[in-house]
Design a binder for this molecule. Structure first.
Ligand SMILES: Nc1ncnc2c1ncn2[C@@H]1O[C@H](COP(=O)(O)OP(=O)(O)OP(=O)(O)O)[C@@H](O)[C@H]1O
Length: 255
């Protein structure tokens, strides 16, 4: 039986007197690619940031590997978790190689081991070491920088990857390429659990083994893309699927 990697139990989170996350409970199995889909302000980022304790819930429990995250040393916890956001945040004054090597260097890895790891990751994201390692971030396109952000997050071999709208700021064609790459990267890596936030329904359904659809701080449906399409639950999920159907009919009208 698959192992539960991340468990949320009755999580509540308010900012001031505004309740943002309401009694949220779910399980994520090890090795799955989970997409979190929802409208703006539905609590997707807040949910993600509670996994690596950038945000603390007001009540409830979060477990990783059956242990409450509060019981881990914070540095030890974050070492197990890679984090990629839309504003990549590469360091502009150091090379791509150094950017990817940031965490391994902090961890005191041997230089040879670091170079080996950087080379391996650059091959994985299809930006070969020989061509790109010694460039600076501004010498790369936005999409390439985003891939470096993914490699940097993977550098210390985390078990969990949190990706918050990582492709939000790139053009549609690059976005498509990045989507197929991230799926391939996940498939190549053994049993890594990915949580990927997006408000793009096509992206969520294309990438997710399971899609978690959120509205107003609650889960509306959490299932495989196939099951959601076959059996959408509730008004919000139906209205999301309608937007795709409307786009399809617009296209067919135009042809
Ligand atoms: N630090 C904070 N202080 C106060 N309010 C916050 C804070 N962080 C988030 N919020 C509020 O919580 C709500 C949910 O925010 P969150 O970023 O989780 O939404 P989201 O679903 O990721 O939205 P988006 O797709 O727009 O990024 C929003 O109304 C936001 O304004």
């Amino acid at each position: 039986m698959a192992k539960t990697k991340i468990k949320f139990r009755n999580i509540n989170k308010s900012f001031g007197n505004k309740e943002i996350i309401k009694d949220l409970s779910f399980d994520i199995e090890e090795g799955q690619f989970i997409t979190i889909l929802g409208s703006s302000g539905s609590g997707k980022t807040t949910t993600l940031k509670m996994v690596n304790r950038l945000i603390e819930p007001n009540s409830g429990q979060i477990e990783i590997n059956d242990k409450e995250i509060k019981e881990y040393d914070l540095i030890e916890l974050r070492r197990q978790i890679g984090y990629v956001v839309q504003q990549i945040g590469l360091f502009p004054h150091i090379t791509i190689e150094k950017n990817i090597a940031t965490v391994p260097e902090l961890l005191g890895w041997e230089p040879e081991k670091i170079k080996e790891r950087v080379t391996e990751l650059m091959a994985l994201i299809q930006l070969p070491y020989s061509e790109y390692a010694h460039r600076y971030p501004k010498q790369l396109s936005g999409g390439q920088q985003q891939r470096i952000g993914v490699a940097r997050a993977l550098a210390a071999n985390p078990q969990i990857m949190l990706l918050d709208e990582p492709f939000g700021s790139v053009d549609a064609i690059t976005r498509k390429e990045l989507q197929s790459q991230i799926k391939a990267i996940h498939a190549e890596l053994d049993s890594k659990t990915f949580l990927f936030v997006t408000h793009d329904i096509n992206e969520a359904f294309l990438l997710g083994d399971r899609v978690m659809i959120m509205d107003k701080g609650r889960i509306e449906q959490y299932d495989t893309p196939q099951n959601i399409i076959k059996n959408p639950k509730g008004a919000f999920v139906n209205s999301l699927l309608d937007t795709v159907r409307e786009e399809e009919s617009l296209w067919s009208e135009l042809i």
